[in-house]
Ligand binder design. Structure first.
Ligand code: C5P
Length: 220
């Protein structure tokens, strides 16, 4: 039977990609499947936590006992995340948020012109996890992810400090047998006082290990 030692703990998790509209029929997005975030939600709920899962568009079913909030864009995820974060003990940002959105979403479908090139102006999206970690009050214990293709640990350590996170989980997405879209992953978890490698395993197993590690650090 599942360990139920997280009762009373409120955990908010973001998962999946965001979708940034260009016009009524087109968008900019990425290859995030949402599997890691959903695995974390499943693990946390199975251990007795009260879980809110804020998800971009994914093809996954909601784990049992989890409250799911569906969003499309980074701005929508930002709003939902901040509302949930101030009522949470732990916030885990697992979503692959689009760094930029289209400056002005066209009201009508853009038509193909005579020109060989066209340009879109993009503007920066809010950094959701940095906003959560910067909350002056009701700031949850904040855990981020860093998907990198090179200098994985170095970039992750920088993000831990720059975004003022409590913990960051670094994964190498250059290998096709883990990370994006894969059922397996491997993580290096870093906090201010140390780090721990969680070797390649199915995302569901890693999720249980990670939720256990996070809840231990939250308590200290
Ligand atoms: O800077 P980078 O996108 O690599 O940081 C990844 C971490 O930051 C992840 O935890 C991701 O969910 C979070 N993030 C965010 N809002 C953004 C960009 C990233 O919450 N706009």
């Amino acid at each position: 039977s599942p360990v139920k030692n997280l009762q009373g703990l409120r955990i908010t998790i973001t998962a999946g990609p965001t979708r940034e509209a260009i016009d009524p029929v087109r968008y900019i997005s990425n290859h995030s499947s949402g599997k890691m975030g959903f695995a974390l939600a499943q693990a946390a709920a199975a251990m007795g936590a009260e879980v809110t899962l804020i998800s971009g568009p994914v093809q996954l079913t909601t784990p049992a006992g989890v409250t799911r909030i569906d969003v499309q864009s980074a701005e929508q995820m930002h709003q939902a995340a901040l509302s949930a974060a101030v009522q949470s003990d732990i916030f885990i940002g697992c979503a692959a948020v689009a760094d930029y959105r289209v400056a002005e979403i066209a009201a009508d479908k853009l038509k193909k012109g005579a020109e060989a090139e066209m340009q879109l102006t993009l503007v920066k999206n809010p950094d959701i996890i940095a906003a959560v970690a910067a909350l002056p009050q009701q700031r949850p214990f904040t855990v981020g992810f860093a998907a990198e293709t090179r200098n994985v640990l170095e970039y992750a350590r920088q993000k831990l400090l720059n975004k003022r996170l409590d913990m960051i989980c670094a994964n190498d997405v250059s290998a096709s047998d883990r990370g994006f879209n894969s059922d397996d992953n491997a993580l290096s978890v870093i906090w201010r006082g140390g780090e721990l490698d969680l070797p390649k395993a199915p995302k569901q197993k890693l999720a249980t290990q990670l939720i256990t590690l996070i809840s231990e650090h939250y308590k200290n």
